[in-house]
Ligand binder design. Structure first.
Ligand code: CU
Length: 169
């Protein structure tokens, strides 16, 4: 019985785990020069919870998350803010536009080593914010409320699934 319940829990939680997608930026070529990253990104839907993997030979490139202006003008922030491992994994934590550039001189400006994507709200972040019940709360509380709500949904989903399976067995 205990085994059955554990299995049900795993099945219930599986969708939440498998919904996140890992994207290797640039595809086979990885994070490199003269790759049309926008062409690579155009048929993909990025969601909150998905991850971007920037793959390159360590030392040859790096990755900076920047704002729109820095993206347009290829201005790298201080090097301490860059990712340099050669296998840099970025989890898309919030919806909206995200800009990334390589900070090595001329890579962004002359070789188009840059990427802009639009992240959509995923399963773990409702597209429309759910208004908090009761009196207005300060801004900081809305995020934790969303997380709690989605965790609650997953829990209920799992519980319903377990109940269904147990009644069928
Ligand atoms: Cu580079």
């Amino acid at each position: 019985m205990a085994f059955k319940i554990i299995c049900c829990f795993m099945v219930g939680f599986l969708p939440a785990i498998t919904m996140a997608t890992e994207y290797w930026v640039g595809g086979d070529k990885g994070w490199s020069l003269d790759v049309d990253n926008q062409d690579w990104a155009k048929d993909k839907t990025f969601k909150v919870g998905d991850t971007l993997v920037f793959k390159y030979t360590k030392g040859h490139h790096n990755v900076f998350k920047v704002n729109q202006t820095a993206f347009k003008d290829c201005i790298a922030p201080p090097s301490s803010e860059g990712l340099t491992s050669g296998h840099d994994v970025i989890t898309l934590a919030s919806p909206g536009k995200k800009w990334y550039i390589c900070g090595v001189p001329t890579h962004c400006s002359d070789h188009n080593q840059k990427l802009v994507i639009t992240v959509e709200a995923g399963a773990l972040a409702p597209a429309t914010p759910i208004p908090a019940p009761g009196p207005a709360t300060k801004d900081g509380s809305s995020n934790s409320y969303k997380v709690t709500t989605s965790a609650y949904k997953i829990f209920v989903g799992g519980a319903v699934l377990i109940w269904t399976i147990l009644t069928l067995v």
